[in-house]
Write a new protein. Sequence first.
Length: 108
Amino acid sequence: MRTLCRVTDIPDNGAKGFPGLEGTFTGFVAVRQGERVYVYENACPHIGTPLDWTPDRFLSADGRHLICATHGAEFTLDTGLCVSGPCRGDSLTAVEAVVQDGVVVVGG
Ligand code: FES
């Protein structure tokens, strides 16, 4: 288990990137909707590149989807399902995450 951040460290209706667990190359992206937080591996299912083109820029212009900077695939915020782009129908890899006393904790 690893403490990722406080819920309030993630902008509401926004997203923030984090380094991966020790010994891994793949980071995390955490999406916040109010008190709910969804965490995914920051790796596009198309060819595995990070989603953000610059740190913490993960969302589409309308804020309704995560978007991959490489080829523009869009993913739902709450499930990580790709709804448009070359990996349509695939999903981001969800990371088990819980909120405990306002803190986001990931990992089993
Ligand atoms: S690497 Fe994400 S859409 Fe191609």
